[in-house]
Design a protein around this ligand. Structure first.
Ligand code: HEC
Ligand code: HEC
Length: 459
C-alpha cells in the first residue's frame, strides 16, 4: 500500500514538473494564433501570445539589442558601444529585414550587407590544425580571418567588398522548355590588407529568414536524428547526415541546427556567433575583438568601457526575443493540398519534411529535416564546417519565404548565396542527393510544374 501511494505521488510530481519545465523555459504554445497564414509584413516582429509580464519585458529588452544600432567606442551611449572595430552591419535587423530573409541587392543595386563573404583554408592533418578544429568549425584565413568585414570604425580600414560575377547556363527540359541559371564566380575587390592566402576558399551566404525559430529549437534531437540515413540503407539516393558542432555555450559537442551548414547548435550559440562575426560585439563566449594578428589598427582601436559588449543577460534576451515571435505557416487549402501532393510525389518532402511535432506538442510544417545533404558540384563551396563537408548544405526551412514579397516588395533570391531568381531556378540547381527529385520535376508536365511553383510561393 505504501509502495502504491508512493508511486502515485511520483506520477503527480513528474507531471507537475513537466508543466513547470515547459512553461518556464519556452512558453508552451498550443495557441493557433501564434502561427499565422496572413502575409503581414510585420508578422515576424510580433511577440507570441501569453507571455507573462516578465517575459514580455525580456522580449522588449532582446528586441532593443536586436534593432537599435550599436555604435563604436568611446561613446556616450555606453549601453550600446563596442561595435567593431571590424563589422558588417550595426544592427541584427539590417541583415534580417523585419526578421525575414535578406535581399541580395540594396536600393543602389549593389550587393546588400545581408550577403556575407566567408573565408577559410583547407585543413590538413597537422597537429596544429587538429587542435584548432576541436572547437572551431574550420581554419580561418590568416590575414582577414573567417569573415570579410565590409565596414570598420574610424581609423580602421574595412577589409574588402564582394565581387561576384555571373555566367548564364541554359537548361533544357524534356518538353523543350528552356530556363537560364546564373552561375556565380566568387571574388573580392578593394582588398585593404593585401593578398589573400593563395589557398583561400571564398564562400558567400545570404541572411536567412528568422521565421519559426522557436519551434525549430523545440524539435527534439531524436526526431531530427530519426531521419539520418548516412549510408542510404533505404536506397532512395538520399542520405542526410547530422552535423556535430562545438558549442562555446555548453563547451560540448552538440547536434548542429542553424545556419546554411548547420554549424551552430542553439539560438544562443548562433546569436553569439552573429554578434562576434557580423557586428564585432564581444560576449563571454567570444571575448576578444575580431582582429587578426596582421591587423594592427584593429588591435589598437579604442576599446569600449566594458570588457564584454553583449553581457550574458543581453545575449539571453536576444535569444529569447528570436524564439518567442509569431510564425508564418501556410493555410491548408484545396490548392495547397494539390501542390503538396506533387511536392511529395517527386521526393521534395524527403528532405523538406513538412511535418514535425515539437516537444511542446505543436504540429508544424517547416519543410526542413535540419540535416546535411550533398547537393552536388554546382552548389558546392568547398568549405567544411565541423562535420559538414564542402558539398553539403542543411536543408533550409521553406516556411516563411512567402512573406518576402510583403516585406521587400520583390521576390526572394534563393539558395545559400542568393543565385536563384525563381523557385524553378532553385530546383534546377538541386543535384547530388537531390538529382532524382530535380529530374522528376523536369519530367512533370508544364501544368504540374506551374502548380508546384504556385504552391512554393505560398509556403
Ligand atoms: C551582416 C549581416 C548579418 C547580421 C548583422 C546578422 N546576421 Fe544573422 N545571419 C546572417 C547570415 C549571412 C546568416 C547565415 C550564416 C551562415 O549560414 O553561415 C545568418 C544566420 C542567422 C541565424 C540562423 C537562422 C537559421 O535558420 O539558420 C540566426 C538565428 C541569426 N542569424 C540571428 C542573428 C542575430 C541575433 C544577429 C544580431 C546579433 C544577427 N543575426 C546579425 C547575416 C547577418
Ligand atoms: C536531398 C535533399 C533535398 C531534396 C530531395 C530537395 N531539396 Fe530543396 N534544398 C535542399 C538543400 C540542402 C537546399 C540548400 C542548397 C543551397 O542553398 O545551396 C535546398 C534548397 C531549396 C530551395 C531554396 C530555399 C532557400 O531558402 O533558398 C527551394 C525553393 C527548394 N530547395 C525546393 C525544393 C523542391 C521543390 C524540391 C523537389 C523538386 C526539393 N527542394 C528537393 C535539399 C533538398
Amino acid at each position: 500500500m505504501k509502495q502504491k501511494s508512493n508511486s502515485f505521488f511520483r506520477i503527480i510530481l513528474n507531471k507537475s514538473l513537466v508543466v513547470i519545465f515547459a512553461t518556464g523555459l519556452f512558453v508552451v504554445n498550443s495557441y493557433a494564433d501564434d502561427i499565422s497564414s496572413i502575409k503581414d509584413k510585420s508578422l515576424l516582429l510580433k511577440p507570441i501570445k501569453n507571455l507573462s509580464d516578465e517575459q514580455y519585458d525580456k522580449f522588449i529588452l532582446g528586441r532593443s539589442f536586436f534593432v537599435i544600432p550599436w555604435v563604436e567606442a568611446p561613446s556616450a551611449t555606453t549601453a550600446r558601444d563596442g561595435l567593431g572595430p571590424l563589422f558588417n552591419a550595426n544592427t541584427c535587423v539590417s541583415c534580417h529585414p523585419s526578421n525575414g530573409r535578406g535581399t541580395l541587392y540594396n536600393k543602389n543595386m549593389q550587393f546588400s550587407r545581408s550577403l556575407i563573404a566567408k573565408l577559410s583554408l583547407p585543413s590538413s592533418s597537422l597537429l596544429e590544425h587538429k587542435e584548432i578544429l576541436k572547437t572551431s568549425p574550420l581554419i580561418v584565413e590568416p590575414t582577414y580571418g573567417g569573415q570579410v568585414a565590409i565596414n570598420a570604425n574610424h581609423g580602421v580600414n574595412f577589409e574588402a567588398k564582394p565581387d561576384i560575377k555571373y555566367k548564364e547556363i541554359e537548361v533544357k527540359f524534356p518538353d523543350g522548355e528552356i530556363d537560364r541559371l546564373l552561375k556565380p564566380i566568387y571574388a573580392l575587390k578593394d582588398l585593404q590588407y593585401g593578398e589573400l592566402h593563395k589557398d583561400t576558399i571564398i564562400t558567400f551566404r545570404l541572411a536567412p529568414s528568422l521565421n519559426g525559430l522557436g519551434y525549430l529549437e523545440d524539435i527534439s534531437n531524436e526526431d531530427i536524428l530519426n531521419n539520418v540515413d548516412e549510408f542510404d540503407k533505404d536506397n532512395d539516393g538520399i542520405s542526410g547526415r547530422a552535423n556535430y558542432v562545438y558549442s562555446p555555450i555548453t563547451k560540448k559537442m552538440e547536434l548542429g541546427r542553424y545556419s546554411w551548414k548547420a554549424s551552430t547548435s542553439s539560438l544562443k550559440h548562433q546569436s553569439a556567433d552573429a554578434a562576434f562575426n557580423d557586428m564585432g560585439l564581444t560576449t563571454s563566449f567570444f571575448p576578444s575583438d575580431n582582429c587578426t594578428k596582421n591587423q594592427k589598427a584593429c588591435i589598437e582601436a579604442p576599446k569600449a568601457r566594458d570588457l564584454i559588449d553583449l553581457t550574458d543577460e543581453r545575449l539571453d534576451a536576444i535569444s529569447f526575443y528570436i524564439k518567442n515571435r509569431k510564425t508564418y505557416s501556410v493555410k491548408e487549402t484545396k490548392d495547397y493540398n494539390a501542390g503538396l501532393e506533387i511536392f511529395k510525389s517527386i521526393s521534395c518532402a524527403k528532405c523538406h519534411i513538412n511535418s514535425f511535432t515539437t516537444k511542446s506538442g505543436v504540429n508544424i510544417s517547416p519543410f526542413t529535416d535540419m540535416l546535411l545533404h550533398d547537393m552536388g558540384e554546382g552548389l558546392a563551396d568547398g568549405r567544411s564546417e565541423f562535420k559538414a563537408n564542402g558539398n553539403e548544405w542543411r536543408t533550409p526551412p521553406l516556411w516563411g519565404l512567402a512573406l518576402h514579397k510583403s516585406i521587400n516588395k520583390k521576390s526572394p533570391r534563393l539558395l545559400h548565396d542568393g543565385r536563384a531568381r525563381t523557385f524553378q531556378e532553385a530546383i534546377l540547381w538541386h543535384d547530388g542527393e537531390a538529382s532524382g527529385a530535380k529530374e522528376k520535376y523536369m519530367n512533370l508536365d508544364k501544368k504540374s510544374r506551374e502548380k508546384l511553383i504556385k504552391f512554393l510561393n505560398e509556403v
